[in-house]
Write a protein that binds this ligand. Structure first.
Ligand code: FAD
Ligand code: MLT
Ligand code: ZN
Length: 476
């Protein structure tokens, strides 16, 4: 094996290669610590040419490659298997912003740029890159595009797929596909770009991307709202689209169970409302008009106050607080964004990242909660998520005091009950986190034969040696 290590070192240099167990460890386990793999080496190329050379070498030597960005994925897609024969190819040294075009509203970046860095660079040019999620301080744009990430602004701006114009990809043969076009319109045959988006590194390695930018909002209004039920939350959102003049940029639903976990585990967290409630909505409206500018003023906060007042009278809202300044808005958001972290600190949990149509959320919620409890009465459901996208993190916390091994013996039955229900509502078993290695069996079970056959045909055609993130998404 040392022969291939020497060849890899010749391509990426000493700085680009990690072979010692301690150095490799962070790349071999996932954020949730559900998987622990092994790897021949962690390879960190610094350019597209180095990525291509590494892939060519691996193709010749039949060494499988696991691409990795910020390693914040929720489905084990970036974790190698336990054979020790794969390499992890980390993009984290390819972290340059190559060009910002404020006139054309685009930004060209390398795949390893951290999402927050992209947001900040856009803001410096009075532009917005709208992808936003709690892991934005460490996830990379290559990982975001490869998982077709969602986050908290999808209902207004779309998911990662809608935020990108062009890609550069290193194919499983080590060739470079230059699709780095900044075109809004391009109908020249099959859309290769769309194949790689959401492919979780199974079809090639994204090395660069041309991203779309938007005008930066000059005013936002953020409200923390107690609602009587998920049904009321959906109705509140439905009316908010018109009341805000189509300016709803986020709508997140949370339950009391989730808030209690955040208050327990995240120091400094404070419940914004005096009384306890079962359900909460965090709603944000955004406008490119400034807050105060005479006739051009956005008037967002006033409109939101008026709308919530009417909803209170109609019984759709029980209580609400509108953020009076940025610090307060950030505090509201922290209660939402810390759900994953506090669930992790609380102990073992099972995640279901599902979607149904928005109007089916209330029925799914009550049937789903009952279904979970039927399987394991002691379990603690923690449902929350992007209700504006019909996407719920229909998570389930283990009973107090249970260790992971004990709780996981019920995982199959709990997830099966949830997914069967999702499918009966015409929904999806994976709305934004992807399949990775976590849901390979579920994908095979819930997708139709024709879909699975087509996916396998694509995978075999593009990666005939099955060396690009094998065992993820679909078995070939
Ligand atoms: P990684 O975890 O490194 O990789 C993810 C997958 O992409 C793997 O299959 C990997 O092989 C592949 N990959 C990575 N880079 C490349 C590349 N350059 N080319 C080809 N394949 C590649 N996700 C959401 O969608 N919405 C959320 O709201 C959200 N919230 C989160 C909150 C927290 C606290 C955490 C920890 C995670 C959250 N996630 C969320 C999940 C995760 O952040 C996203 O999936 C993110 O897009 C992964 O980016 P990454 O750079 O960490 O990718
Ligand atoms: C989020 O939206 O916070 C994550 O995608 C959800 C999760 O951790 O389940
Ligand atoms: Zn999410």
């Amino acid at each position: 094996m040392s022969a291939i290590i020497d060849k890899l070192a010749a391509i990426v240099g000493e700085r680009g290669l990690i072979t010692d167990p301690q150095g490799k460890h962070p790349y071999l386990t996932d954020w949730r610590e559900n998987y622990l793999g092994a790897a021949l080496a962690v390879v960190r190329p610094a350019s597209t040419e180095e990525v291509a050379a590494v892939v060519k070498l691996c193709a010749a030597e039949r060494v499988a490659i696991v691409p990795q960005g910020g390693n914040t994925g929720m489905a084990g897609g970036g974790t190698p298997d336990q054979s020790g024969r794969e390499i992890v190819l980390s993009l984290n040294r390819m972290n340059r912003i190559l060009e910002i075009d404020p006139i054309g509203y685009t930004m060209t970046v390398e795949a390893g740029v951290v999402l927050e860095t992209i947001q900040e660079a856009a803001a410096q040019h009075d532009r917005l890159f709208p992808l936003s999620l709690a892991a934005q301080g460490s996830c990379t744009i290559g990982g975001n595009l490869s998982t077709n990430a969602g986050g908290v602004h999808v209902l207004h701006y779309g998911n990662a797929r809608q935020l990108v114009l062009g890609l550069e990809v290193v194919t499983p043969a080590g060739e470079v596909w230059d699709g780095l076009r900044a075109l809004k319109k391009d109908n020249t045959g099959y859309d290769l770009r769309d194949l790689y988006l959401g492919a979780e590194g199974t079809l090639g390695i994204i090395t660069r991307a041309v991203l779309k930018l938007w005008p930066r909002p000059k005013d936002t209004a953020t409200a923390w709202i107690a609602v009587p039920s998920p049904e009321a939350a959906v109705a509140l959102l439905s009316g908010a689209h018109a009341a805000s003049e189509d300016n709803v940029t986020s709508c997140e639903l949370m339950s009391r169970q989730g808030i209690d976990l955040v208050l327990k585990h995240i120091p400094g967290s404070v419940d914004p409302l005096a009384e306890r409630h079962d359900w909460y909505v965090l709603m944000e409206w955004g406008s490119t008009r400034p807050r105060r500018a005479g006739d051009n003023a956005s008037g967002l906060a006033e409109k939101m106050e008026g709308y919530l007042g009417e909803a209170l009278e109609a019984g759709q809202v029980l209580d609400a607080a509108i953020a009076q300044n940025e610090a307060q808005a950030r505090a509201f958001w922290a209660l939402r964004e810390n759900h994953s972290e506090s669930q992790k600190r609380e102990g073992p949990s099972i995640k279901h990242d599902i979607s149904v149509s928005v109007s089916r959320i209330p029925a799914f919620m009550s049937e789903g909660l009952a279904a979970m409890k039927r399987v394991l009465p002691e379990c603690r459901p923690v449902p929350f998520g992007h209700v504006g996208d019909g996407n719920l993190h229909f998570n389930c916390q283990g009973p107090p005091g249970w260790d992971k091994a004990r709780f996981m013996t019920h995982a199959h039955a709990i997830s099966g009950a949830v997914y069967d229900l999702v499918v009966s509502h015409g929904g999806s078993i994976s709305a934004e986190h992807g399949i990775g290695q976590l849901k390979v069996d579920e994908l095979a079970h819930y997708r139709s034969q024709i879909e699975l056959d087509t996916m396998r045909t694509i995978k075999r055609a593009l990666d005939p040696q099955n060396l690009m993130n094998p065992g993820k998404i679909i078995r070939v």
